[in-house]
Design a protein around this ligand. Structure first.
Ligand SMILES: Cc1cc2nc3c(=O)[nH]c(=O)nc-3n(C[C@H](O)[C@H](O)[C@H](O)COP(=O)(O)OP(=O)(O)OC[C@H]3O[C@@H](n4cnc5c(N)ncnc54)[C@H](O)[C@@H]3O)c2cc1C
Length: 444
């Protein structure tokens, strides 16, 4: 049987290779470092963590914990290595990054079913099963090839992430529903609009200009900005009116409380079918997270907003998953090619590991001629795959795992637990792990 080839020996690629070997198949893992490096990696080790050393919360019944717990139950190599490399980090799974990378590298090098090759992959193999897991800093030649295979308008090089707020925390006595000029795709009032008067707008611009920014991870993060996705603080620096003529323009909107057009507006766009969360349209930015919480709570109607995600802009190569991928992470147009890790359109270390595990397992199933066994939708892993393959491709943005991606509880349970968010989260986690255990009992 021909070896499965995996491009990229990062978090996703190593987990994928391990899962393929675990299924009893041979594979080749191609990693370009140290022959050719990236702007963020510093070593020749596999699975190098390029920035923080945290794999996020280990608090039971948090979404980040659930994803890790599922990976542990599925015999993830990288979660096992993280456990060995663990250092004290409060409620988070924090690791000694060198030890972690070394543990993974040794495990991969010593696995007789995995052949490790060092060198840049410049194309996707023309035949056989392949997994592309070259990450957010995929090298140029391969990125050109991916653009050829997926269509250049479906490969992105920058993330411009807008903050997301929880719907329940938006003050609907201030905010109003409307689409500009009453135009909506389905005739509804698609947006929630946060109306500003002049004084509120001036105060907001002052706060944006004074806010602390995050230092860039790598030099490319800073320049050049794409004009189409400028950070809001850069717009504010260009002139006090620029935001009002950009993402905060009020045209085509009338505030029902005053009967007039507001001075400026922040539009909130629905994130999911349940309308459980909304993103702040065009509000990508470089401000520190604590600053974002402070400054964005000056927006009328968001005084008590709960943020599910903060805004960011950084170098990130990723495909438009929903336009291209099946829930098994196969290219719909060419199912022998899988995508995993950040390039598949997820965000974060553990999310990258999770999609590596999914792609590795499904690639092995394909090679063995077995029926594909997608993960249950109720699990965090299944929900990540559902998001990557099924979100709205018109506004696609990579996502971390949050409860928002998991299916809602049934009506009766929601009603029973409506005043107890912790209990609702615990129930979502219980249901996820129960479904995962059923899946494992059938497929091991
Ligand atoms: C600067 C930066 C900081 C980040 N900080 C965090 C953070 O703090 N926390 C967090 O959760 N997430 C962070 N992320 C996001 C993301 O979780 C990590 O990038 C994560 O490592 C992604 O895993 P991956 O397996 O998809 O890619 P990687 O871990 O980057 O692995 C991809 C591998 O492919 C190799 N490669 C690239 N091109 C080729 C090629 N043509 N041929 C062969 N090999 C190739 C690379 O050398 C690399 O080893 C950050 C991303 C960036 C860019």
């Amino acid at each position: 049987m021909p070896r499965i080839r995996i491009l990229g020996g990062g978090l996703a690629g190593c987990e994928a290779a391990w899962q393929i070997a675990r299924a009893g198949l041979d594979c080749t893992l191609i990693e370009m470092r140290p022959v050719h490096s990236t702007a963020a990696h510093k070593t020749a080790q596999l699975a190098e963590l390029v920035c923080s050393n945290s794999l996020k919360s280990e608090s039971e019944n948090s979404a980040a914990w659930l994803l890790k717990e599922e990976l542990r139950r599925l015999d993830s190599l990288l979660l096992a290595c993280a456990q060995k490399a663990r250092v004290p980090g409060g409620h988070a799974l924090t690791v000694d990054r060198e030890l972690f990378a070394q543990e993974v590298t040794v495990a991969i090098e010593n696995n007789p079913r995995i052949e490790l090759r060092r060198g840049e992959a410049t194309s996707i193999p023309a035949d056989g099963i392949a997994i592309v897991a070259t990450g957010p800093l995929t090298s140029g030649a391969l990125a050109d090839e991916i653009a050829r295979v997926t269509g250049s308008d479906r490969l992105f090089f920058y993330d411009s992430i807008s903050p997301i707020v929880e719907a329940e925390s938006v003050d609907l006595s201030v905010v109003f529903r409307a689409s500009r000029y009453g135009k909506s795709l389905d005739g509804g009032d698609d947006y929630l609009n946060c109306p500003f008067d002049r004084e509120q707008y001036e105060r907001f611009v002052d706060a944006v200009l004074a806010a602390d920014a995050v230092p860039a991870h790598i030099p490319e993060d800073q320049t050049p900005f794409f004009e189409a996705c400028l950070p809001i603080e850069e717009l504010a620096r260009r002139g006090r009116e620029t935001l009002r003529f950009g993402p905060m323009k009020p045209v085509g909107l009338t505030d029902p409380r005053t009967g007039r057009r507001p001075y400026a507006v922040v539009q909130l766009r629905q994130e999911n079918q349940r309308a459980a969360s909304y993103n702040l349209v065009g509000f990508q930015n470089h401000m520190r997270f604590a600053e974002q919480a402070r400054v964005f709570r000056l927006i009328p109607g968001l005084e008590n907003a709960e943020f599910l995600r903060y805004g960011q802009i950084h170098r990130n190569t990723y495909i438009n998953g929903p336009a291209l991928l099946a829930p098994t992470l196969q290219l719909r147009a060419e199912p022998r090619i899988f995508f995993a890790g950040q390039i598949s359109g997820v965000e974060g270390y553990v999310e990258s590991i999770a999609t590596g595990l999914v792609a590795g397992r499904h690639a092995a199933e394909l090679a063995l001629g077995e029926t594909m066994r997608p993960f249950p939708r109720e699990t965090a892993i299944g929900s990540l795959c559902a998001y990557v393959s099924g979100a709205d491709p018109r506004h696609y943005q990579p996502a971390n795992i949050t409860f928002d991606l998991l299916p809602a509880l049934d009506e009766a349970t929601r009603a029973r637990l409506r005043h107890d968010k912790r209990a609702r989260h615990a129930e979502v986690c219980r249901r996820a792990l129960e479904k995962l255990d059923e899946y494992r009992s059938v497929y091991a």
